[in-house]
Design a protein around this ligand. Structure first.
Ligand code: FNR
Length: 385
């Protein structure tokens, strides 16, 4: 199949990956209500078709996270992407660079910040979880700044891990006895192309950013256990003072859904707010990102840029998010599926699809400049308009 959409890449990824990895990417928390709402609420937003408006020249260029971009898209931080394709984060960072958009490296990535910065002409943006071990964090921030990284994304909606039922069923988490190991081994044996590309040639399977804290030869299970133990559930806005002392660059805060929190994030000095429910992977029953977006945009005003992620699967979705006040969007599963399906070339193709779809949606709504899109492109009577 030649993939013509993110859904097609999802299907190719489903075929290529061992089931426990596909479910890890695809799934959400609890009963996945918020995961579903992310997509459904976007699709409910209808656009206003306009005609006879000379749309020969369309500009998708804007600025995002402090840098010029060729379209209003960034690749969201996704943990463990080095398990979806060989050294996956490096491949994705290159694809993002070639497309002229930012790559945000997850702190829980397989490839560490040094490897990704060394593998692409520009260093990535680093996403950080607040870790109890502050000397380690200070060291990571210093390593990051030394590589020329200018922006940090602090994710604040994962201070505890949410129940992910699919991961238990697929034996990725939950009881780890012989049966679970056999179930995973069988899945790997059923996917020899993945086993060769990633299982054998994609080593080491660790979390590179945390390597300095781990004993030599530690495996992925030890890394994830250490990170799991070290998530800091005690953080409050006052901890940002500590962060600010150790990070002089730009700061984005990811995982805001509430207008009051958005105001606090601005007061704490965030230059960018990312409206997100972690792709429906944390608080189930929380509103979809697109539903939460307009109130955050109003609360923030001109104090910060507002981006959003969650459920974006097409260029039309990107336009919908911008119409609701986002400066741009992050793609999460979209690039994870494309990477799993076809490596970095898949991420490049997926981004070309998004670019084309967005440009066409702009033309058909009579828009020439993405930076000038407003709620005017929404059909009358839309809740977010
Ligand atoms: C994520 N997300 C995420 N966010 C983050 O800040 N750090 C991380 O390490 C991860 N890891 C991660 C892994 C996987 C498999 C997924 C699907 C998501 C959340 C991610 O950055 C983003 O908010 C959502 O993926 C956006 O929703 P969509 O685009 O996947 O619908």
């Amino acid at each position: 199949m030649t993939p013509a959409s993110i859904d097609d890449f999802r299907e190719l990824a489903r075929r290529r990956l061992p089931r426990f990895l596909f479910e890890y990417i695809d799934g959400g928390s609890y009963a996945e209500e918020t995961l579903r709402a992310n997509g459904e609420d976007l699709q409910r937003l209808k656009l206003r078709q306009r005609v006879m408006r000379d749309v020969t020249d369309i500009s998708l260029a804007t600025t995002l996270l402090g840098q010029p971009v060729s379209m209003p898209v960034a690749l969201a931080p996704i943990g463990l992407a080095g398990l979806y394709a060989r050294r996956g984060e490096v491949q994705a960072a290159r694809a993002a660079h070639m497309a002229g958009i930012p790559f945000i490296l997850s702190s829980s990535a397989c490839c560490g910040i040094e490897e990704v910065a060394g593998g692409s002409p520009v260093p990535p943006i680093l996403q950080l979880y607040m870790i109890k071990d502050r000397p380690f964090m200070a060291d990571l921030l210093a390593r990051t700044a030394a590589l020329g990284v200018e922006t940090l994304v602090l994710t604040v909606d994962l201070i505890v891990h949410s129940p992910r039922r699919r991961d238990v069923r697929s034996s990725l988490t939950g009881q780890q006895g012989l049966a679970a190991r056999l179930q995973r081994g069988l899945e790997i044996a059923r996917h020899p192309a993945w086993a060769w590309d990633v299982g054998i040639n994609g080593r080491p399977h660790t979390l590179g950013n945390f390597a300095p804290r781990m004993p030599e030869g530690a495996g992925l299970a030890q890394f994830t256990a250490w990170v799991g133990r070290n998530f800091d559930a005690s953080i409050t806005w006052s901890d940002l003072d500590w962060l600010r002392q150790h990070w002089r660059g730009r700061l984005a805060i990811k995982g805001i859904l509430d207008a009051a929190d958005a105001r606090d994030a601005c007061t704490a000095g965030a230059e960018t707010i990312i409206v997100s429910n972690h792709g429906g992977r944390q608080l189930d029953g929380a509103p979809s990102a697109i539903a939460a977006l307009p109130a955050v945009v109003t609360a923030v005003g001109s104090r910060a840029d507002v981006l959003m992620d969650g459920g974006i699967r097409s260029g039309v979705d990107i336009l919908r998010a911008i119409a609701c006040g986002a400066r741009g969007v992050l793609l999460g599963r979209g690039w994870a599926f494309a990477l799993a399906a076809q490596g970095g070339a898949g991420v490049t193709r997926m981004l070309e699809l998004m670019r084309h779809e967005l440009a066409v949606a702009m033309a058909l709504t009579g828009q020439r400049d993405v930076a000038g899109v407003t709620a005017d492109v929404l059909a009358a009577g839309q809740p977010a308009g």
